[in-house]
Design a protein around this ligand. Structure first.
Ligand SMILES: Nc1nc2c(ncn2[C@@H]2O[C@H](COP(=O)(O)OP(=O)(O)OP(=O)(O)O)[C@@H](O)[C@H]2O)c(=O)[nH]1
Length: 510
């Protein structure tokens, strides 16, 4: 039963472990794929939003440059007023609008201006150019420079607008895209190796860390970041600036349902498993109880502590079948035992009790005789001239003669008396409860024996006659079996010496 329970336990553990690992793997793959899709959509949405935000500002600035009256370039006051007026009309460049001549000298307006900056040089070369994001106070500023042309399409000045990248509108885009989920979105300038903006404000304008996502790996995947944490990240580019947007989410966060499912399995399945095991234990114990009882009973029988008796058949199942088969085996064993006992206590030729059984019966008879003051008589018979039958007619005929004589002797006594064969041609009759006078009754029985044995025996072709000498011994119980038999044997010798075919009486024993 312990082995069955152990087997059940192992099966339950293996089943739970298999479902634990299979479900975890399946759920992990599923969640990773859906998180990657989600991050990819988010990154490209934010990237196109940022691109639109910057393109709008660029084209607005270019329109402004194109509408700038050339004569204002020589009149700083009115130019300044013109720029202030445009700033008021549009919040696109809250951190300043500045006009510089081709040597980089500010002509009017306010805000960042650097004659050696890439954007200034780009604009001088006739290209609208984005500058490097920079901190302006607590804000993140981005300078955009566009050329101002004269009617001959020559660059006569540069208009620089400084947009606010930390402005609510840009962050709104990022935060709205980020939604409820943890993780963050970064706007990265690979050229400047700089984080331009992030939903995590502390990362804004920080140097770009070195990891695969940040290095511009296109598409989506699971990456290990600079802190050694696995992230599900997607990258989408912002074409107008060459920047890109990284939408990233800690893998642990994305795979939270896997952790929940695992703890659910461990917390719910473990008690259920214990319950199932207890139930299995009870059922197995109920099923095996008859078998255990039968085994116990059989063990007692084997040890000799209980009699060989059929086991009760409790149920009509396999165990009942086994119990019935065991009972049949038991019955055969009892038969064999009885046959063995009979062989040990009976003469195999005539079927009469042998000397051992005669001695037992004598002991019982003597004990009873002593208690009830009853006489016990023993007649010791030895055939006369039996050897001659063997010698003349053969051993087989001798056997037949012995069987016939045994049969005749049995017919002379009561069922409670004993006729035993104790030697080759020696028989003993044990008779109890003769009427008084006992010796007369014993004589009568002896004469009946002599007469019965004298009857011709049909052995082979001719009838044969045989005689018998009989010694009689009588006691009232105060002799041992051996003493009684020895006395009867001695008397039988007297009968032989007196001429055979007769009986003689031993002196009365106590
Ligand atoms: N056929 C047969 N003969 C047996 C068996 N057991 C013993 N005998 C023979 O019985 C004979 C008994 O010997 P005895 O008692 O000396 O023979 P007996 O001729 O009766 O001699 P007395 O008693 O002096 O008359 C022997 O020849 C044994 O071989 C048996 O089981 N079958």
């Amino acid at each position: 039963m312990t082995r069955l329970l152990l087997m059940g336990l192992v099966m339950a553990i293996v089943g739970t472990a298999a479902s634990y690992f299979q479900l975890s793997r399946f759920l992990r793959a599923d969640l990773t794929a859906s998180a990657q899709t989600q991050q990819a959509a988010l990154a490209s949405y934010v990237a196109s939003d940022v691109d639109q935000y910057l393109s709008e500002r660029l084209s607005f600035l270019q329109r402004l440059a194109d509408s700038l009256p050339a004569e204002l370039l020589t009149r700083p006051g009115p130019l300044h007023a013109w720029l202030l007026e445009r700033s008021r009309l549009s919040p696109a460049f809250p951190l300043g609008l500045t006009v510089a001549d081709t040597s980089g000298q500010r002509v009017g307006g306010e805000g960042a201006l650097a004659a050696d900056s890439a954007e200034f040089r780009g604009a001088l070369a006739g290209r609208a150019t984005f500058g490097k994001p920079m901190a302006i106070g607590l804000r993140t500023g981005l300078s955009v420079a566009v050329p101002v042309h004269n009617s001959a399409k020559q660059v006569i000045a540069v208009l620089v607008g400084t947009a606010d990248l930390s402005s609510a509108s840009l962050l709104d885009h990022l935060q709205r895209g980020n939604g409820e989920q943890a993780g963050d979105i970064l706007l990265v300038s690979p050229h400047d190796r700089l984080i331009v903006a992030s939903t995590d404000a502390t990362l804004s304008l920080q140097p770009m860390p070195h990891d695969r996502a940040m290095d511009g790996f296109p598409g989506s995947g699971i990456f290990r970041n600079a802190q050694g944490i696995d992230e599900i990240a997607s990258i989408a580019s912002v074409p107008s600036t060459g920047w890109y947007v990284v939408a990233r989410l800690p893998a642990e966060q994305a795979l939270m349902p896997v952790t929940h499912m695992q703890s659910f399995i461990l917390q719910r399945r473990a008690p259920a498993m214990v319950g199932v095991l207890v139930a299995i234990g009870f059922v197995v114990a109920w099923l095996l109880r008859p078998l255990l009882r039968a085994a116990e009973q059989a063990e007692k029988m084997a040890q000799g502590e209980a009699d060989l008796a059929p086991l009760p058949v409790v149920r009509n199942d396999e165990i009942g079948h086994l119990t019935r088969a065991f009972n049949r085996l038991l019955s055969r064993l009892a038969d064999n035992q009885a046959a063995l006992q009979r062989l040990a206590s009976h003469d195999h030729l005539t079927g009469l009790p042998n000397r051992q059984l005669l001695t037992d019966r004598l002991r019982q008879a003597l004990a009873q005789a002593e208690r009830h003051a009853m006489p016990v008589s023993v007649l010791y018979l030895d055939l006369d001239g039996f050897k001659q039958i063997n010698d003349t007619l053969g051993h087989e005929a001798g056997d037949q003669a012995l069987r016939e004589i045994a049969y005749r002797l049995r017919g002379l006594v009561r069922p409670t008396d004993t006729v035993a064969r104790i030697g080759g041609d020696e028989f003993v009759l044990l008779a109890v409860g003769f009427d008084a006078p006992v010796h007369c009754a014993a004589f009568r029985l002896a004469e009946q024996c002599i007469a019965a044995i004298a009857q011709p025996l049909s052995l082979g072709a001719a009838d044969t006659a045989i005689g018998v000498s009989i010694g009689i011994a009588i006691t009232h119980g105060r002799a041992t079996p051996d003493q009684l038999l020895a006395a009867a044997d001695k008397a039988m010798y007297v009968a032989k010496q007196n001429g055979r075919g007769r009986h003689a009486m031993a002196p009365l024993l106590g």
